[in-house]
Design a protein around this ligand. Structure first.
Ligand SMILES: C[S@@+](CC[C@H](N)C(=O)[O-])C[C@H]1O[C@@H](n2cnc3c(N)ncnc32)[C@H](O)[C@@H]1O
Length: 236
């Protein structure tokens, strides 16, 4: 199956970006955002000019070790963790533009209740992570700066059995992570869906661990808790 035909782990949603967020997003996006010229939800890497070094490498001038968060959503966890940890360079991967816009807003403006200086140790790639890994985007330089951790918090749940094939975390994705990084990063995962937790446990051959203490309580997690769901954390 060609990568363009690969079943997507997300649906392309359109929702409006509020004027307040959009103003900051348009003004600041070039400082944070890495986009591909064609089809942002796929990321076809056109040539070597889109290598890791030519994009993120130039933003990560101090060559800080990387923390990669896949599916940053609204960016609450991503922006706060980056702001609190200047020793690492944070790379977010997300396809949902309103979420990216909110993340840029947080990185630039800070949280309303707890303002901080604009975050400079962070970048967001607007792309399907599957396509990035499949085209070895990180293999073109990520190892030089050393990927320290990969985080995947609350991947899209796809609860119906007929949709399980859309789940991001499966054997193929595990193999892609292994193929991408020559030094294996620590992988941290959280989910609130019981049978996805079982799938993750089987794919990565790990048991549930304690809640990762840096993980920020996002609205997504709050909704799961409000429905009485158990949250499962994994460290691979
Ligand atoms: C359920 S949300 C969770 C967001 C956030 N991590 C949180 O805890 O609130 C999952 C996110 O992953 C993103 N996503 C799903 N598949 C993706 C893919 N293949 N590449 C990049 N982002 C993806 C979705 O757009 C969505 O924003």
């Amino acid at each position: 199956m060609g990568i363009q035909n690969h079943i997507k782990s997300f649906v392309v949603r359109s929702s409006k970006i509020s004027d307040r967020i959009d103003k900051i997003y348009q003004a600041e996006r070039s400082k944070y955002l890495i986009e591909f010229p064609q089809s942002p939800e796929s990321a076809l890497i056109p040539d070597e000019h889109w290598s890791f070094y030519d994009s993120i490498g130039s933003l990560n001038k101090d060559e800080l070790p990387l923390i990669i968060e896949i599916g940053t959503g609204q960016g609450d966890n991503f922006a706060k963790c980056a702001a609190e940890d200047p020793e690492h360079f944070y790379v977010g991967i997300e396809v949902y533009e309103p979420g990216i816009a909110h993340t840029v807003f947080l990185l630039n403006k800070g949280f309303e209740s707890n303002d901080f200086e604009p975050v400079r140790n962070a970048a967001i790639i607007r792309a399907d992570v599957f396509h990035l890994f499949k085209q070895n985007f990180f293999g073109t330089g990520a190892d030089a700066t050393d990927t320290f951790e990969v985080w995947i918090f609350f991947p899209d749940p796809w609860p119906k059995k007929k949709h399980h094939k859309r789940r991001l975390l499966d054997d193929e994705f595990k193999e892609l992570i292994i193929a991408t990084f020559s030094k294996q990063p620590t992988i941290r995962i959280a989910t609130d869906i019981e049978d996805y937790a079982e799938q993750i446990s089987a794919v990565f051959n790990v048991n549930k661990t304690e809640r990762f203490d840096r993980r920020v309580l996002t609205n997504f997690e709050k909704k799961g808790l409000a429905k009485g769901r158990e949250i499962s954390d994994y460290t691979v």
